[in-house]
Design a protein around this ligand. Structure first.
Ligand code: ADP
Length: 486
């Protein structure tokens, strides 16, 4: 059957053929009936006529059924075929296969439809190629910018594959571009120690939510220091939803700053050390001056001599703090631990602060359990220094006639908790972390100080695998808590 017929033609043809068959069947039946009724039933031709009529009706009936069934199968499939082809074509386009072409025939309308479809596919193909090449140019442009930055940069995709890496990073990682791009960073890290450190640092930084420690790298027979930054790549989708799409690892060369920092630490350490002897000599002379054997001082002279002592002691404490800080910063902090009872440390801190407490009429209370408490295995000099510093702060930042509590409790089987509590001015919650930073002082603090005590205290406690934290409310006082393993 001619396949390039329109749907209308096909329907007309099918209905026409069916009607013709039915009409034929009816006419044949009518003629046969006519002939049979006109024939004498007893005559010998009657049987022959009946048989012939039956055979003709059967043949015609069978032919009609066959044609009917064939129409039933052919008509829907021939109507459906172009739609199926169109649907398959649309599917290909949806799957970005713009090479698809339709050849629908059968009617001018179908030919028009396939021509339009092919034109659309062609346009999409051109657009796709042009935007792809534009994208390639933009990608190359961005890569060139990243390559021109003289700090190492490593870009990881969400599956932790190396998406891009600039020349500086290739140099320090000692890998080739072709061995890196598109490869799993974890797999390369198995053979590359530095990349392994970078990946481990990424997990550690995101887990602890803090800044990474400077990274020390030996290259070309010299030490270099890098500050590593992990920048998450956050992308906003068309629905406004933000998704994380990998990480950019940025290494900032801070070797120069590190050298300056070392020079600064050495300078502070030398100066503090050199200052200690003359300050001690000044204090010694002041003490001799107050000795009556040298001669009695009049009230004004006594006042001046007291002022020399107070300031001398302050200078000595500042140089001590600076020396401690340089020890921590230069990494030479050496602990000499031995078994110590917590009460011994508390007694030391009280003795060191008693004069100051008496001066401000502050009552120091001790909270110590009657039952047995574990001993500590710590560098008692360092931990006593921490408690002395906390107690000194508690006294200094309390009002006159106030009260201060210093105590220790068995926190659990493996930890001792020591605390210093005052009922003074308290600290605003937004400064609870900053007060542990070097040289930080709460804005508006009038009492003299260096802003170093708490930061050194935290370093000392952390060097013992302990923690130093603060609980405080403005106007109600502060409680500094030291937890140490036993
Ligand atoms: P310093 O006391 O020498 O300034 P610290 O490091 O010991 O240095 O303390 C940092 C800052 O924290 C202080 O300047 C002060 O503002 C605040 N601070 C410390 N202890 C207390 C306290 N017990 N009560 C109120 N503020 C305190």
């Amino acid at each position: 059957m001619k396949s390039n017929m329109t749907i209308k033609e096909k329907l007309t043809l099918s209905v026409g053929v069916l009607v013709a068959l039915i009409v034929g069947l009816v006419v044949l039946s009518a003629i046969s009936l006519q002939l049979l009724t006109a024939t004498d039933p007893t005559s010998p031709v009657a049987d022959y006529g009946l048989a012939r009529a039956l055979i003709m009706l059967l043949v015609f009936g069978a032919l009609s059924i066959i044609v009917g069934i064939w129409m039933l199968v052919w008509l829907p499939s021939s109507i459906n075929r172009p739609f199926m082809q169109l649907s398959a074509g649309i599917n290909e386009i949806a799957n970005h296969n713009y090479e698809v072409e339709l050849q629908l025939t059968g009617s001018p309308a179908m030919e028009q439809l396939s021509a339009n479809f092919n034109r659309m596919a062609h346009r999409l193909r051109d657009y796709h190629h042009s935007s792809l090449s534009k994208l390639k140019v933009s990608k190359r442009y961005i890569e060139t910018i990243i390559d021109s930055i003289d700090e190492p940069i490593v870009c990881l995709d969400p599956d932790c594959r190396l998406f891009h890496i600039n020349h500086e990073a290739l140099d320090i990682l000692h890998i080739r571009l072709e061995d890196a791009i598109g490869k799993s960073a974890q797999e390369i890290a198995l053979r590359n120690d530095l990349l392994r450190r970078l990946l481990t640092g990424r997990t550690a930084v995101s887990a602890n939510d803090k800044k990474a420690e400077p990274l020390k790298i030996y290259a070309d027979n010299k030490e270099s220091y890098f500050q590593v930054k992990y920048l998450p790549v956050r992308m906003t989708g068309p629905d406004g939803q933000v998704t994380e799409n990998g990480t950019v690892i940025l290494l900032k060369n801070i070797t120069e700053f590190h050298q300056l920092d070392v020079a600064k630490t050495t300078f502070i350490s030398t100066i503090s050390h050199e200052l200690k002897t003359p300050i001690a000599a000044i204090l010694m002379s002041q003490q001799l001056l107050t000795d009556n054997r040298v001669g009695a001082l009049n009230p004004e002279q006594k006042e001046l001599s007291d002022s020399i002592r107070e300031n001398g002691e302050r200078l000595l404490s500042i140089t001590g703090e600076l020396l401690n800080m340089t020890q921590v910063e230069s990494g030479v902090l050496q602990l000499k631990p031995h078994i110590t009872k917590p009460i011994e440390l508390i007694d030391y801190a009280i003795k060191a602060n008693q004069v100051q407490a008496d001066k401000f009429h502050i009552n120091i209370e001790v909270d110590y359990p009657k039952e047995k408490i574990s001993k500590l295995y710590v560098d008692s000099e360092k931990i006593a220094w921490v408690l002395t510093n906390l107690l000194s702060n508690a006294i200094r930042y309390s009002t006159e006639n106030g009260r201060v509590i210093i105590g220790a409790v068995q926190k659990d089987e493996h930890h001792i908790l020591m605390y210093v509590q005052d009922f003074g001015r308290g600290i605003d919650p937004r400064y609870h972390e900053s007060i542990f930073e070097r040289y930080f002082r709460v804005p508006g603090t009038k009492i003299q100080g260096s802003g170093l005590g708490l930061s050194i205290s935290r370093d000392f406690v952390e060097a013992h695998s302990g923690t130093l934290t603060v609980e405080s409310e403005p106007g109600k006082g502060s409680r500094f808590v030291v937890i140490l393993p036993v």
